[in-house]
Design a protein around this ligand. Sequence first.
Ligand SMILES: [Zn+2]
Ligand SMILES: [Zn+2]
Length: 188
Amino acid sequence: MKNILLSLILLLLSSFTFGADEAPPPKKDKTEKDIASADVCAICHEKITFKRPLSCQHSFCEKCILRWFEKNPSCPTCRCDQTYFSNLPLLSSNDSGVQQSAARNLAFLSRNNQENQNAIRQAGAIPRLVTLLESDDFLTKDYVAGVLLDLAYNNLENQSVIIANINLNEGLKDRVHNECPHLYSTLF
Ligand SMILES: [Zn+2]
Ligand SMILES: [Zn+2]
């Protein structure tokens, strides 16, 4: 009985101490302001929609940065080189012409250049490229198979990442066999 009373008293005490009214007021300091300004797009000067952070950690609206990259492969804020990153998001564009030109640029960058081959892999391009192999657009598929060939050329690590990503998609290996025979014979 003594124990039950004690726990009741403790329960009452705790509800007083940690009641909702007791919560400290939110701090209005510098960091809150910083976060707010980081959410403003430096291109359109509005609140960022579909945030797209670059390798330099500057962020912009996806549609703003995609439009920017069509003309200029650098960060609008710090001007750092975004050659790989500028082409990577373009692969996700809804415009197949933009996808194709990004694929062509990545192929050009990776051709006989192991440093670029590795940088493009490390930037996460391979899963996105492999997904595009399922595109219904024949020309897109053709360009993407071309980049994958350039990425895989004399690069065992890239080959194994490409193979692993193709195997992740059920039935894709057969499609590659039928639709991109040159890529298939290089990889498998
Ligand atoms: Zn914007
Ligand atoms: Zn930047």
